[in-house]
Design a binder for this molecule. Structure first.
Ligand SMILES: O=C(O)[C@H](O)[C@@H](O)[C@H](O)[C@H](O)COP(=O)(O)O
Length: 234
């Protein structure tokens, strides 16, 4: 077991969801109080559903909060693979139904053009974001930073000027749109939300030596100017 100081372990997924939702809610409330608005970027996949539901019930000035995505599959929002669909059904509900949502998907003819249009939408949100919640795949990807991804080195470069890049990768299923590393690490709060023994093993491997391109989550774990908060439950 790694005694990484960034690791917060919880008894189960419900306890994790409550802790992460409370932490994020406090960040968003502080941001609205200080600056009149807040921006939260969330990941898709299967893990965040319970966290989304818990967060959607928090009492917050949701009409001043914008939710966006860390990454998106280049599929229409009607697809079961769409992260926008997941967020709409699980997070933009209850009290959070008042929140604004700016997704990454658009009807551009291809993912390259789609990334340019998504970057324009993201630019309008302003930076830094107040909170970014990342997930991680069993292959060590985070956001759409996939091992073997065609734009991986561009996307994880700390000097990358683009806010959003397209990504093709064998493990990705479909073409992706992803926020780039600088947008993520610029945020005021960055958390990694993982659940299950398998993801814990992946995390242990990522904390060991090895190439960032083999396990791209290392780009975040090794980015020293930020302290990535890790939330894990069995
Ligand atoms: O669209 C996506 O797939 C993601 O945003 C992605 O980076 C996700 O966080 C991981 O793949 C973990 O996914 P699971 O929660 O499904 O394991």
């Amino acid at each position: 077991m790694t005694a990484d100081p960034r690791l917060n372990s919880f008894a189960d997924g419900n306890a994790l969801a409550e802790a992460l939702a409370s932490t994020v809610a406090a960040r968003l409330a502080d941001a609205v109080e200080a600056r009149g608005k807040a921006v939260l970027a969330v990941s898709g996949g299967t893990t965040p559903a319970r966290f989304f539901k818990t967060l959607s019930l928090k009492d917050l000035p949701w009409d001043k909060i914008t939710i966006t995505l860390v990454d998106e599959r280049f599929v229409p929002p009607t697809s079961d693979r769409s992260n926008q669909k997941l967020v709409t059904e699980m997070l933009l509900q209850n009290k959070a139904a008042q929140a604004n949502f700016i997704g990454l998907y658009n009807e551009a003819p291809n993912v390259e053009e789609g990334a340019k249009m998504a970057a324009q939408a993201i630019a309008k949100l302003g930076q830094p974001f107040d909170a970014v919640i990342l997930g991680m795949g069993g292959d060590g990807h985070t956001a759409s930073f996939f091992p073997g991804g065609d734009r991986l080195s561009d996307a994880i470069s700390p000097e990358q000027p683009a806010l959003v890049l397209p990504m093709h990768a064998e493990g990705a299923g479909e073409p992706r749109l992803t926020l780039t590393l600088p947008v993520i690490v610029n945020a005021r709060f960055v958390a990694l939300h993982i659940e299950g023994a398998g993801k814990r093993t992946t995390l242990e491997a990522a904390l060991r030596r090895g190439a960032t391109t083999d396990m791209p989550i290392r780009a975040l774990l090794r980015y020293e100017p930020i302290e990535l908060e890790i939330f894990w439950a069995p």
